[in-house]
Design a protein around this ligand. Structure first.
Ligand code: GDP
Ligand code: ZN
Length: 289
């Protein structure tokens, strides 16, 4: 082969090989011996340079998720429906993690043919996010969502049975069996490094286990700085390190009082903050030096 340098995207990183996608071809690179990077340092989603069959450069990442361990998600589609009853703690934890990881989010409310209640709740409490009210069953709202997704590498997240697979089929004109792409079945197939990107009719999608059991692995300080949309208002509190719990002159608390910020989301913030604080101190207490 001629000596050439080409830029592509890693669509599957496993412990012994990398699958790199270029516009017109896909290369499988054996990681043993040929790679200049340690195992685990090249992630699914990374844009890389390949020279003579080896990865020689990783381009700077626009975003990096720790769990699942993937790079360059453009938009996380947090999906809910009713049924199953929406778990807004999961939604808020996903939002926090994504914000911390520099990933944009949109809220997809599926099964709008069944109820309006979830959509109304979200319009009120998540008005800082793009919201798509859709039905994979009737096709309502799907064209609009497709426009939003074009040119992006996206990932679906959310509880099982909200309709992620059905939405995929509706958006990408695929024919996945319900449950085929879901976390449950994929986890069995790929054990530890189970993330890959699938290219479907001009769209790119992370097929990634682990986006429903979200563990927010960040410090309490980072939680305060990254809970949207509180992060945008933070600088207006009296204390720059305000946690919005009991400090005086707190913008967040007064906005909750005046109805400008959602009280439900504030209360979930308090719960999540306490959880993170507890996890964090347990982690340090258990650390052996
Ligand atoms: P996943 O686990 O998130 O991938 O969810 P699935 O795509 O497997 O869907 C779970 C169930 O919800 C299936 O029985 C689907 O037929 C049903 N479902 C999915 N989307 C819709 C929708 O828009 N409306 C209705 N009524 N049912 C849907
Ligand atoms: Zn505050």
């Amino acid at each position: 082969m001629e000596e050439t340098t080409i830029k592509g995207q890693v669509i599957c990183a496993s412990s012994n090989k990398y699958t790199v996608d270029f516009e017109n071809q896909t290369l499988v690179i054996d990681a043993r011996g040929k790679i200049k990077y340690k195992s685990g340092s090249v992630l699914t989603g990374d844009y890389v340079e390949v020279e003579n069959g080896a990865i020689t450069k990783i381009y700077p990442r626009t975003s990096r998720f720790i769990r699942p361990n993937v790079a360059n998600i453009d938009t996380l589609l947090i999906t809910i429906s009713d049924p199953p009853k929406p778990d807004y703690m999961v939604v808020d934890k996903l939002l926090l993690s994504a914000n911390y990881s520099n990933v944009e989010c949109a809220l997809v409310i599926n099964k709008c043919d069944l109820s309006e209640e979830t959509a109304n709740y979200c319009k009120k409490n998540y008005n800082f996010l793009p919201i798509f009210i859709v039905s994979a069953k009737t096709g309502e709202g799907i064209e609009n969502l497709k426009k939003f997704l074009s040119q992006k590498t996206v990932a679906f997240a959310g509880q099982s049975a909200v309709g992620k697979t059905s939405l995929l089929n509706a958006i990408f004109s695929t024919d996945y069996k319900t449950g085929e792409i879901s976390e449950k079945s994929e986890r069995g197939k790929h054990t530890t490094t189970g993330s890959r990107i699938i290219k479907l009719n001009g769209y790119k999608l992370f097929d990634t286990p682990g986006f429903s059991e979200i563990a927010v692995d960040i410090s309490p300080e980072d939680a305060v700085m990254n809970y949207p949309p509180f992060d945008k208002k933070l600088s207006k509190c009296r204390y720059p390190d305000c946690t919005h719990i009991s400090e005086p002159d707190c913008t967040i608390k007064s906005m909750v009082e005046s109805g400008d910020l959602s009280r439900d989301r504030y209360e979930r913030y308090l719960t999540i903050y306490e959880e993170i604080k507890k996890d964090y101190s347990n982690r340090y207490a258990n650390k052996k030096y």
